[in-house]
Design a protein around this ligand. Structure first.
Ligand code: AMP
Length: 304
């Protein structure tokens, strides 16, 4: 049994009101697998990079116990590159550059040793490739979680709708939920999106937490109020990795475990934003995670 994460492994260049980075380790699969690795040991990655990628960065991922057999390194090609600049409120950002490079003709290879996959995290990537990965699994995983973004809604909506049909859980942010459904009310949006195929929908609302929808049930999770948000890049992917990592660890899929999974995802995401890039989530201890989860519990616990 294992957890397979697919997505980008990338170079990011980030600019926030606190500073600017050159090309650093990033990518949806990087954040998601690092987050998952704290909760579940058998995490495996499927991705592609060019031969310009730094060996130390791959080692960093592998050192977290993440299986990198499915990480292809393409000779003579350049890695996916993304660059973004955050506005002063840190809630919104402009994408400055998206260079698909090696991703343009990525053909995901699923190593034989990954065919024991029970939990599949489809990190942000071309919906067509996400779908290919599902089809290349000999046995349908027990749980398929999919993350996506407005970029793919703009350029590949039909593929996206096809892929959404095949998954159990979709995670998107509020603006994306509105774009996907054409509804402003998130409750109406959720109803429409659940009609598109997934059984569970998570709408991420940044510093305002996250909502989980399933049939008529709704769970609202808080975000930890932080004095300083340094860099929100990868928070969504970290959330998704923590979410599925927790479910893989407990092994039973139900609404109650999903609620806890959201809290673990939110706790890991709250670390992610405290430093640039992957700096903080690369170096967490189990104690830190446990006490952050406790903070979440006390944050919104009350009796009447
Ligand atoms: P997030 O802040 O959760 O949106 O995730 C940011 C990460 O997603 C960065 O590390 C980027 O490398 C990666 N990313 C940005 N744009 C895309 C895209 N179009 N497809 C896949 N990954 C992307």
């Amino acid at each position: 049994m294992s957890l397979v994460v697919i997505g980008t492994v990338a170079f990011d260049a980030i600019e926030t009101p606190f500073g600017k980075t050159d090309k650093i380790l990033g990518g949806a699969a990087t954040y998601a697998s690092l987050a998952a690795s704290y909760l579940y040991k058998k995490t495996k990655i499927v991705a592609v990079v060019g031969d310009d990628f730094h060996k130390e960065d791959i080692k960093e991922i592998a050192d977290h116990g993440i299986n990198v057999e499915g990480l292809q390194i393409k000779a003579g090609e350049k890695s996916f590159f993304w660059s973004g600049k955050y506005h002063n409120d840190m809630n919104s950002r402009d994408t400055l550059v998206t260079e698909l490079n090696v991703l343009a003709d990525f053909d995901p290879i699923i190593p034989e040793s990954y065919q024991d996959c029970e939990y599949l995290m489809l990190g942000n990537l071309t919906p067509q490739i996400q779908q290919t990965v599902i089809k290349r699994m000999h046995k349908r995983p027990k749980l398929i979680v999919m993350d996506t973004m407005n970029f793919w809604m703009d350029i590949a909506m039909d593929d996206l709708l096809e892929t959404i049909k095949l998954v159990d859980v979709l995670t998107i942010n509020d603006a994306e939920a509105r774009q996907l459904s054409g509804e402003y009310s998130l409750v109406k949006a959720a109803k429409k999106i659940l009609g598109m195929g997934p059984k569970f929908l998570i709408i991420k609302k940044g510093e305002h937490g996250a909502l989980l929808f399933h049939g008529d049930q709704i769970f609202s999770a808080p975000a930890l109020p932080l004095a300083e948000v340094f860099d929100p890049t990868g928070a969504g992917d970290t959330f998704a990795g923590g979410f599925i990592g927790y479910l893989a660890k407990v092994g039973t899929i139900n609404f109650s475990n999903m609620k806890n999974a959201i809290i673990f995802g939110s706790a890991l995401a709250s670390f992610c934003v405290e430093k640039f890039g992957t700096e903080k989530i690369k170096n967490l201890s189990q104690d830190e995670i446990a006490s952050r989860v406790k903070e979440f519990v006390s944050l919104s616990s009350f009796t009447i």
